[in-house]
Design a protein around this ligand. Sequence first.
Ligand SMILES: Cc1ncc(COP(=O)(O)O)c(C=O)c1O
Length: 478
Amino acid sequence: MADSRLLLDAGTRAQLWRKLVEALETYATKLQNWRVTPALDPARIRSSLSRFDFCAPVDPCEALDFLVEGLWNFQTHTPHPRYYGLFNPAPTTMGIAGDALAAAFNPQLAAWSHSPLAIEIEQHLVRAFGARFGYDPARTDGTFASGGMEANHTAVLTALVHKFPEFARRGLRALAAQPVLYVSTEAHHSLLKSARMCGLGTDAVHQVAVDDNLRLDPKALASQIARDRGQGLAPFLVAATAGTTSAGVIDPLPAIAEIAAREKLWFHVDAAWGGAAALVPELRPLLEGIERADSIIFDAHKWLSVPMGAGVYITRNTDILDKTFRIAQTYMPREAAGLDVIDPFTHSMQWSRRAIGLKVFLSLAVAGWDGYAAAIRHMVAMGALLRAQLEASGWQVVNKTPLPVCCFVDRRHPEGRSEAYLHKIAMHVVASGKAWISTTRLTGSMPVLRACITNYRTQRTDIEALIAALDEARNQSR
Ligand SMILES: Cc1ncc(COP(=O)(O)O)c(C=O)c1O
């Protein structure tokens, strides 16, 4: 049969699924005994691929084995409990199941009539997350996105269309003045990239100074807006961050909301990681003011631990996605015309789209808000433990946040604040395979080591292992 190599026969499929499930279960149960980091050996990887010339077919189980073994050997294991990295989670079991179903049923999320359940699930989730942030579910719209980058890009576009309606049809050249937007110097660079991709250029992003605690300084924001207006520029958006990438800091949302309202700017909150605090009653007050945002982005593939990618853009402006993304055409399905439903391709920059929400839905349905609150609470407690153990071992934690991100320098070494020394420490830890940490610079100038609890399976013994790996790196660097 012509399709036999694509579909495979029932016996082969059964064998393949068994092997696949075994591989998933082995990864889930044995990963903590494995190295966190791979050998970075491009020549070896490329030579292992050279046997695949795609002329001679490979046995399905053999191909699967190749990939499983290769992923074990050549991956920084972000799901590892000693991966202290950049918000990449250990995926939930239900999330893996949801993603497998998305691949197998392959729902097409462009038109409502093609995937009514998957689309309604996503809208249900958008309203549920919006409600956790304080939005009225009856006045909430949103779209799933590949991740925080696309969601932030969506925010910049919707803010532009809101402030300059002619932009949607006639573009930036139709505008009388150069639009500018505001972020803090600690904001994620996806906002700069978004400005470039919107045709604004990165110079249109005015990076506002932060205070001693790395939070956007509202006074500096107000002065910058006044200066810009004086120069004939057209401020249209301020983006606050709830959980900065480097230091896990939350900008003063109420003060920024106030300025945005006074200056008639679109108020956006990038809560890609820290937004999960909304799920934990005792952390929820940290996000006070987020309910005043015109738009919020939130990544379920960060602190909700679903497999990548799962960004969400949520807005309380129920027209704006339509105004931003609807394009007239004649070929899309029309079976749902007349129903009170939305075709996602009219509310998103994607057209054909994967069912991103299924993995989020299954994870949340099974864990519930309480299950997530418990997991996040555990990670926050591990963050506090890490902070205490770092201090006890002569490392100095320099950022202040209740969220589990530690930025630190070495108090016991004369070079303990130098970039070269801190980089050497991070590289030593990474090369040891015992943990993954990184370096960053706060306010663009202060080098620090960075370790973040991003895994619900990280335990006290994992924290102790990191401290031991750091101490060993320090001893080797003397
Ligand atoms: C605060 C913040 N916003 C946006 C992003 C971009 O998200 P993504 O990597 O999902 O595109 C990140 C990524 O870490 C982030 O930390």
